[in-house]
Design a protein around this ligand. Sequence first.
Ligand code: MN
Length: 199
Amino acid sequence: MPQAKQKTSFYRDQRDFREPPSDAGWKRTNPIFVIQKHDARRLHYDFRLEVEGVLKSWAVPKGPSTNPRDKRLAVEVEDHALDYADFEGVIEEGSYGAGPVIVWDAGPYRNLKRDKAGNEVPMAQALEQGTVEVWLEGKKIRGGYALVRTAMGGKKQNWLLIKMKDEGRDARRDPVASEPWSVLTGRTIDQVATEERPG
Ligand code: MN
């Protein structure tokens, strides 16, 4: 768990992850997802899903794609506390993951995973089985995404993040490149690094 939690409260009034979009009929009880852009030793995107009160987390070096043909490596990392979902700031030198973080996208999600009889597979069970399917309702990323454990290279923490074939697919969009800003504050990761550098 990275340090620098003290920055979180500054953004708390801007938090709107749980606000339903006006037309989509979301209930406030929907769990949230967040994608944090994190410029640590290597730039990556931390993809997190609220499951049973914690944030299940994967580090995705290239970030999410809107093209179903892309298979993005997603390395499972430690769970984070739910409070971390709106963290934006600079993790101090000397702490794990030192470097700037922005909330690149966030919103509610729904579990899409069904068994053969059509019953919802609980998220914890889908994670255990290594096939997660979720509908994301972010500001940049919308639609179905699959996370599939591949155990590539014999590493069971290796998954693939794949856009599902639905109306959210768009092979021409590249939001990681074209929409680099924070959905909380509009800042880029370089602005956060400059404005919030400790000391
Ligand atoms: Mn990270």
